[in-house]
Design a protein around this ligand. Structure first.
Ligand SMILES: C[S@@+](CC[C@H](N)C(=O)[O-])C[C@H]1O[C@@H](n2cnc3c(N)ncnc32)[C@H](O)[C@@H]1O
Length: 365
């Protein structure tokens, strides 16, 4: 296979910062399309996208696009791809299909035809629990066959074993940091840090550590994988860091979890986590940086009053002690963002665990 389309699945609402990240990483002409970002490349670009991009949910290699109106067209079109040059005969695989606005409407039947054709030409066995997943997407009578080259979603950096309630995904934290113009040179503070996701992402970015350095990817089982060439894509060593990455939380369990996660990520010496209430948060020495928080939110009667008071306290602490710092608040609720009385502007609406959140940001003081 020469060049093919590489599709980065985005968190809905965060396609544009993902495109910017892909552009900054040197991928050729990445474009925002429905659901993500697309560009052309070869297998080393697939490995690099998985290893280095912080905002992609997963990376798909589009191996075929064709028109089909009948189920019987699927087997010959699928066999036209050189699957034997992709899937080793001893690697189990599974096929998932979705159909939208098309004559082919039975996703199960589509998956079956594609699966049988791939099994026939590779000798590989289909298995429901296989790690390797082939996706068949039928949209307006066009079938796209893609290999999910990531496997587990990319927010799983495999450093965060300890989580608290409602953790933020690493992919989302890094895209919100990018939207606050974080470039690795500013200090970052999260005074409601939970398991430490925001602080850890920031410290890793500052140190130039690849997000995929500790995990496996589905592309490793493909015929095209070259382990030496892929490891050469990882940065050789962490960069020197001169700024501070601070997290605090009133919950001692959360602080312990954040510390353990920082150890596992290899950034414990760049970060400090303390148990303290928001009202005691203080900026570190040095130039103003960024505060990014993901406070609790919710609509239950009773919690509403407490939450309004919590956001108001946050706003007061920022105005009194963090003047000149860029402040970001990730929340579902504009009224709560407004209760901070900070001059915050809302960004795009972003899907988060069945809810919609926005990043509200502005400068304190
Ligand atoms: C939604 S969680 C944050 C999750 C975090 N971003 C993560 O990825 O794990 C909100 C956190 O705010 C903390 N919190 C709530 N009220 C607080 C207060 N008054 N002072 C400090 N922390 C507080 C909670 O203990 C909880 O860990």
């Amino acid at each position: 296979m020469d060049k093919f389309q590489i599709f980065l699945v985005a968190i809905p609402g965060l396609e544009e910062p993902l495109r910017d990240e892909a552009l900054a990483a040197g991928f050729h002409n990445p474009r925002v399309v429905f659901g993500g970002v697309v560009f052309e490349g070869k297998w080393p670009h697939v490995w690099r996208a998985n290893l280095l991009l912080r905002g992609a949910v997963r990376v798909l290699a589009r191996v075929a696009v064709f028109k089909a109106h009948h189920l019987k067209q699927l087997a010959p079109e699928t066999r036209a791809v050189d699957w034997a040059a992709l899937i080793p005969p001893d690697t189990p695989f599974r096929v998932e299909a979705v159909c939208r606005k098309s004559k082919l409407y039975h996703a199960g039947a589509v998956a079956e035809r594609v699966r049988d054709a791939i099994a026939e030409v590779t000798g590989a066995l289909p298995a429901d629990a296989a790690d390797l997943r082939i996706l068949a997407r039928v949209e307006k009578d066009h079938v796209t066959l893609s290999i999910d080259t990531s496997g587990a979603p990319l927010h799983r950096r495999e450093h965060k074993e300890e989580v608290v309630k409602a953790p933020l995904r690493e992919t989302m934290a890094s895209m919100f940091l990018a939207q606050m113009d974080f470039d690795g040179t500013q200090s970052v503070v999260d005074p409601m840090c939970g398991s430490g996701t925001i602080v850890l992402e920031a410290a890793e970015i500052a140190a130039g550590l690849a997000p995929g350095r500790s995990r496996r990817f589905a592309y490793e089982c493909l015929v095209t994988f070259d382990p030496a060439a892929a490891s050469a894509l990882l940065p050789a060593a962490a960069q020197k860091v001169r700024t501070n990455f601070l997290g605090s939380d009133r919950d001692g369990g959360a602080v312990k979890a954040a510390q353990a996660n920082a150890q596992r990520a290899g950034v414990a010496d760049l970060c400090a986590f303390d148990r303290r209430p928001l009202s005691d948060a203080r900026p570190p020495e040095g130039a103003p940086g960024l505060v990014l928080v993901n406070p609790p939110y919710g609509d239950r009667i009773g919690t509403r009053k407490e939450l309004t008071a919590l956001y108001a306290t946050f706003g007061r602490v920022m105005a009194d002690r963090f003047a000149g710092w860029r402040v970001g608040v990730i929340t579902t609720d504009e009224r709560l963002a407004r209760s901070t009385r900070l001059p915050l502007e809302g960004g795009a609406s972003v899907a988060h665990g069945g809810l919609k959140v926005r990043l509200w940001q502005g400068v304190a003081g």
